[in-house]
Design a protein around this ligand. Structure first.
Ligand code: HEC
Ligand code: HEC
Length: 407
């Protein structure tokens, strides 16, 4: 296979051609559908760059409107950034910076260090423009990327600093607390954002004015699932990526959906549409991470499988190798163990229903259910047992949890 050089014309051309092809076959092309393996790899590589670094021009929201660059550039130290769950990509750090962090000569309490890290593209999900003002580096624009919520790091260098793990939801991130730093918001709005807590975000608050955040879900393990979001709002990832890029991130482009009675256009140039095929290809390439060896009891997991498929009746909805019937049907709100809730998340969505959550990688992303109301997989199992009167013994509940941990 050819080596990737993301900047080269050759790869860009191949990727664009592949993107056009992928779009022509519905955007779900996977090596098949006439795309050569090489072009598919180029498309995925381009999608990775978009996922990590593309703002779609959302600086219009985060800088022009929310003036986040003013706060981040003057008052947010790396320590403060790590405290709200932001992550640092250790692989983007040159040796001298690594050395400086290790020997303490680089000050992690200084906002100037945050600017230096942004200049290196090392803060996961934030994209800064750094310019020299009065002989000093200053942050003049700031935007966000998909990686902000859907990537974390492996902490291999220090807590919050390590190798990127794309697709893993950042459940340490407190998006509400970050937005609340904006000097452009009034106290009432800040209070709403501050109420959300870490690992959660409400992608409908700025649309319907209601506030009840959902947990940030993984963006991995979605290949073969033709229904995205907790509520199955769209048939493919690209549907939701357009929604988020335009209506949440503030990217330049359009989103409309008659079911939501929603039509939004930001700016006059579409910076979103052309990037969706590659972005989708990248996400579909992200596999759910396997459970770490030794993280579950394998004998109990074998027994738990029998409960999952038998007395627990789980497999009636969590069916097939992807553990979901999402390609066949969605479910009424009452089938979610997080309902009834006020306001109901399903009622705010395009479908009014819930998708059976796929379970691959479930070990990785506690808490569970769309509202994060089950802290552990044991809690999930015992919630079902109680709510559905399954009559499972404590042993069966614990075995079921071990089976879920193994996925
Ligand atoms: C501020 C945090 C945030 C950002 C930024 C963000 N997302 Fe999300 N994403 C969420 C939340 C919260 C949900 C859950 C919404 C739902 O399912 O109803 C979600 C849902 C998703 C899903 C659905 C997963 C599934 O299981 O069906 C995908 C895919 C996704 N996001 C990809 C992206 C991409 C690509 C971008 C960049 C264009 C992006 N997200 C930007 C928070 C974010
Ligand atoms: C009637 C269909 C149905 C049955 C039966 C069912 N589930 Fe679910 N499951 C769902 C739906 C729908 C969701 C999404 C609920 C939400 O997020 O509010 C879900 C969510 C989950 C989650 C959370 C996943 C995540 O990413 O947060 C787990 C774990 C789970 N189910 C395990 C089980 C187990 C174990 C059983 C059997 C005891 C079971 N389910 C039975 C439909 C079902």
């Amino acid at each position: 296979m050819r080596k990737m050089e993301p900047g080269s014309q050759r790869v860009l051309f191949a990727a664009t051609a592949a993107a056009a092809l992928a779009a022509a076959c519905g955007g779900g092309g996977h090596g098949g559908g006439g795309i050569s393996q090489e072009d598919q790899a180029a498309l995925v590589a381009q999608g990775q760059q978009i996922f990590r670094f593309e703002t779609f021009g959302d600086e219009a929201q985060w800088s022009d409107k929310l003036r986040m660059h003013e706060v981040v550039g003057t008052a947010v130290s790396p320590e403060a950034a790590l405290a709200v769950g932001l992550k640092v990509d250790a692989q983007a750090l040159p040796a001298a910076v690594v050395q400086g962090i290790q020997d303490g000569s680089i000050d992690l309490k200084s906002p100037a260090t945050t600017i230096a890290l942004l200049k290196l593209d090392a803060v996961v999900g934030l994209k800064g423009t750094v310019q020299t003002v009065g002989g000093k580096d200053a942050l003049t624009r700031l935007g966000v990327t998909c990686a902000l919520c859907h990537s974390t790091v492996d902490n291999s260098f220090a807590p919050g600093i390590g190798k990127r793990l794309d697709g893993w939801p950042n459940r340490d991130l407190n998006p509400g607390a970050i937005i609340a730093l904006s000097p452009a918001l009034d106290a009432a709005r800040k209070a709403v954002y501050l109420s959300w807590g870490k690992g959660k975000y409400d992608p409908r608050f700025n649309i319907d004015g209601k506030s009840k955040p959902v947990v940030i879900p993984p963006a991995y393990g979605l290949e073969g699932i033709h229904s995205v979001t907790f509520t199955g709002d769209g048939p493919d990832i690209a549907y939701w990526n357009r929604y988020v890029a335009v209506t949440q991130m503030g990217g330049q482009g359009s989103f409309s959906d008659a079911r939501l009675n929603l039509s939004i256009t930001n700016g006059t140039t579409d910076l979103v549409s052309g990037k969706l095929p590659a972005l989708q290809a990248y996400q579909l390439s992200l596999k759910a991470p396997p459970a770490p060896a030794g993280s579950f009891d394998s004998a109990a997991a074998v027994r738990g499988r029998a409960v999952f498929e038998g007395a627990g009746r789980c497999a009636s909805c969590h069916s097939g190798t992807l553990f979901t019937d999402a390609n066949i049907m969605l479910h009424p709100p009452g089938d979610s163990m997080a309902e009834p809730e006020v306001p109901s998340y399903a009622a705010r969505s395009a479908t009014g229903l819930y998708r059976t959550s796929p379970l691959r990688g479930a070990w990785q992303h506690a808490p569970y259910f769309h509202d994060g109301s089950a802290a552990t997989l044991e809690d999930v199992a015992s919630t079902y047992n109680t709510r559905l009167s399954l009559g499972l013994s404590p042993q069966q509940i614990s075995d079921l949890a071990q089976y879920l941990k193994a996925q």
